[in-house]
Design a protein around this ligand. Structure first.
Ligand SMILES: Cc1cc2nc3c(=O)[nH]c(=O)nc-3n(C[C@H](O)[C@H](O)[C@H](O)COP(=O)(O)OP(=O)(O)OC[C@H]3O[C@@H](n4cnc5c(N)ncnc54)[C@H](O)[C@@H]3O)c2cc1C
Length: 392
């Protein structure tokens, strides 16, 4: 029997290799439109390929897969992150785990992962045809006039195609980054969109254009559709205190003022905030036409000064004017609807013999190795279903 895999990326190679391994009689051909296979994987993770995550501390898969978490949850019973870890290590790719639970090849080189997939494909005599774009996958099936028994579509995500929109991007602020703040990193903020209920917690990095970092990338993923529909122009709220509420922050500011009564306000920052960010907050808190808070000592702060500082720390609103590409990772939200496939085998309900895996499906994750894991998991599911049908 014959399997055509369309797309020579992470999901395509993983599917091809696992299917060929499980059904030795299966003849597998990979069609890749470019002249190189696995190019995105090789560029991934800044050239290091964050190939999975331990998922330690992930209590709810929805928080890391805004779309597709139910399918991923059920498929993890068959092929989860530990299986992916063992799969690569078992094929000579030693892996390492970072403090934040991301998994990389120990060589710190994505070519360790792509090399393993290419070697396995060669060993299993999988044919790879580069420079070969397939626009009508169904036409390769025997029913469609072709000479393949199975076709797997693993063409990744294309913004604009099938209602796909970008996910995992940084935010540009109208007028660029606040003066003097570029390069500042705040360990824990809560970023939210007042017009929706969506929010994300994590570190925030101020770039030249605006805001990036884990909290922002997560929010861009959670709100991918909402932000596309408003053309990436929206108000962003930042709670610089890691989500503490107004009353708590107000009380803590007064405690700080008592402890540092004689200090100039800019010289003692609360909540471990970087001094440049605190200076920025102090200047934003000064109302137009009133005496600058920056020129006062803590002992001299008025009730209104405390109220404004608290407001800026807990509810600082910025106008976002667009999205900026995040250099390390970028995926699409949307794709083949999950209700159009069998969620165990990844086979199309409309076209028997046609399978999907990877980012082409309406599944996407936040940064941290979750997107490659979704590719391995869905590709494995399709590969085993195909191999079973091919009579492994
Ligand atoms: C810069 C960058 C860094 C990233 N870093 C990470 C990371 O560290 N960790 C992580 O988990 N995720 C990362 N991602 C996301 C991850 O790369 C994708 O989720 C993953 O590659 C999806 O695999 P895939 O095989 O489904 O799609 P792809 O890797 O996109 O592969 C699809 C392949 O299909 C080919 N193709 C498309 N259409 C056709 C056609 N009609 N005919 C033939 N071939 C076709 C394409 O040329 C491509 O080679 C990153 C993404 C980017 C852009």
């Amino acid at each position: 029997m014959r399997l055509a895999v369309i797309g020579g990326g992470a999901a395509g190679f993983f599917l091809a290799v696992n299917a060929a391994q499980a059904a030795s009689s299966l003849e597998v051909v990979v069609f890749e439109q470019r002249d190189r296979v696995l190019s995105k994987l090789e560029a991934s993770g800044g050239g290091r390929c964050n190939c999975t995550n331990t998922f330690a501390g992930v209590k709810d898969l929805k928080t890391v897969y805004p779309r597709g978490s139910n399918l991923i949850k059920s498929q993890f019973k068959r092929f989860g992150p530990q299986d992916a870890f063992a799969w690569f290590e078992g094929r000579g790719v030693p892996l390492m785990i970072t403090a934040d639970q991301r998994v990389f090849p120990r060589a710190q080189d994505s070519r360790a992962v792509s090399g393993c997939l290419k070697t396995e494909a060669e060993r299993l005599r999988i044919r790879v045809r580069t420079g070969c774009r397939i626009d009508r996958p169904e036409s390769l099936l025997r029913d469609g006039g072709g000479d393949f028994d199975f076709v797997a579509v693993t063409i990744g995500g294309t913004p604009g195609a099938r209602g796909c929109v970008p996910s995992l991007f940084a935010f540009k602020l109208a007028g660029g980054a606040p003066d003097g703040l570029a390069g500042v990193s705040v360990p824990e903020v809560v970023a939210s969109i007042p017009a929706s209920k969506l929010s994300a917690r994590g570190a925030l990095l101020v770039t030249h254009e605006g805001f990036s970092g884990p909290a922002i990338l997560k929010l861009s993923s959670y709100a991918a559709r909402e932000l596309a529909s408003c053309a990436y122009r929206f108000d962003l709220r930042v709670n610089w205190t890691g989500g503490r509420n107004y009353d708590e922050v107000s009380g803590l500011l007064r405690d700080l003022a008592r402890a540092h009564a004689r200090k100039a306000v800019p010289n003692a920052s609360p909540f471990g905030l970087p001094s440049r960010l605190w200076a920025h907050a102090v200047s934003r808190a000064t109302a137009c036409g009133e005496a600058s808070i920056a020129g006062k000592r803590y002992a001299d702060l008025s009730k209104r000064d405390f109220a404004r500082l608290t407001e800026v720390l807990t509810n600082d609103v910025y106008a976002v004017s667009g999205r900026a590409r995040h250099k390390d990772e970028f995926v699409t939200c949307g794709g083949v609807p999950l209700d159009s496939i069998d969620k165990t085998t990844m086979e199309s309900k409309q076209t028997p013999g046609l399978f999907y895996a990877g980012e082409v499906l309406d599944i996407d994750g936040i940064t941290g190795g979750f997107n490659f894991q979704a590719a391995w998991t869905t590709a494995y599911a399709a590969a085993t279903a195909i191999a079973r049908r091919a009579g492994m």
